[in-house]
Design a protein around this ligand. Structure first.
Ligand code: HEC
Length: 114
């Protein structure tokens, strides 16, 4: 019974933490593929030859939106006609759901070359 009550407290807290900002990760993944973000940034947002790593981005939603609308580097701009703010919110949620890069010390092969 006690454990059940604890769940009652934890589940909404976790749900709240995950829904701010409220983007749909499944939709975000679909849009990431559909609009070819993956082509430069990698299918798991890991970064590629051209695009930066986006998985678990440190950017805020506002920062990401600003960059995608008016990129400063070699990236093409995506206007609101192509991707709405809601769609970018979904993409943001998807990118935030991806695992961050491992620390170098946690990569066994790198430890072998010390
Ligand atoms: C043609 C290749 C290309 C495509 C397609 C592309 N990007 Fe990029 N993107 C880049 C490049 C190049 C940069 C700049 C990398 C740098 O300066 O380090 C960048 C940077 C970014 C950044 C800033 C990263 C940071 O940490 O500062 C974001 C956010 C981003 N892209 C999101 C997207 C999204 C979302 C899409 C799909 C809607 C997309 N990109 C499609 C090439 C691309």
């Amino acid at each position: 019974m006690k454990r059940f009550l604890l769940l009652f407290l934890i589940v909404p807290a976790v749900a709240l933490a995950q829904t701010a900002p409220s983007g749909n990760t499944d939709s975000g993944k679909r849009l990431f593929m559909k609009h070819n973000c993956y082509y430069c940034h990698g299918t798991a947002g890991q970064g590629g030859r051209d695009g930066a790593r986006l998985a678990a981005t440190a950017l805020t939603l506002q920062g990401l939106t600003r960059y995608v609308r008016q990129p400063t580097g070699g990236m093409p701009a995506f206007t609101e006609k192509i991707l709405t703010d809601q769609e970018l919110t979904d993409i943001y949620a998807y990118l935030k759901s991806l695992p961050a890069a491992k620390a170098p010390k946690d990569i066994p092969l790198l430890n072998q070359i010390k």
